[in-house]
Design a binder for this molecule. Structure first.
Ligand code: AMP
Length: 128
């Protein structure tokens, strides 16, 4: 059975896409921790980041770097923070979190913006 992210990539479930290339897809997290919280996903399903074949792992990190640069320039933020968790969706994805101050990066257990931004408008701004 394909993962929820494979269904998003296939267009079967809607998302706010911000970038893609032939092997990767990036879209806004539906429950953002910071404004512009983006997930970068390999189109091929892998369960666990550090089990990925080396070439696929390296390509994903390079894709994440491209998307981080896009977020930084379009959202004019100071730093794009990153983490990989994967307990909720077992299809590898890198979280990219635009931030301006340390406090933007919420403590674990307090994730989730209190007021959700307009995701459609934000995705359009990032795509530019
Ligand atoms: P984790 O697997 O723990 O890294 O978390 C999965 C992330 O995927 C969470 O931050 C969710 O908010 C996000 N997520 C789950 N379903 C969707 C969806 N349909 N569209 C966008 N983001 C999603």
């Amino acid at each position: 059975m394909s993962s929820i992210f494979s269904k998003i990539i296939a267009g079967e479930i809607p998302c706010h896409k911000v970038w893609e290339d032939d092997k990767h897809f990036a879209f806004l997290d539906i429950n953002p921790w910071t404004e512009g919280h983006t997930l970068v996903v390999p189109k091929k399903e892998h369960d666990y980041l550090f089990d990925m074949p080396e070439a696929d792992y390296a390509a994903l990190q390079l894709a994440a770097r491209k998307v981080a640069a896009l977020l930084k320039s379009k959202l004019n933020c100071k730093r794009v923070c990153t983490c990989v968790i994967g307990y909720e969706v077992p299809h590898v994805h890198i979280h990219l979190l635009p931030t301006n101050v340390m406090q933007d990066f919420a403590k674990p257990g307090t994730f989730g913006m209190k007021v959700k931004p307009d995701l459609a408008a934000l995705a359009a701004k990032i795509r530019g």
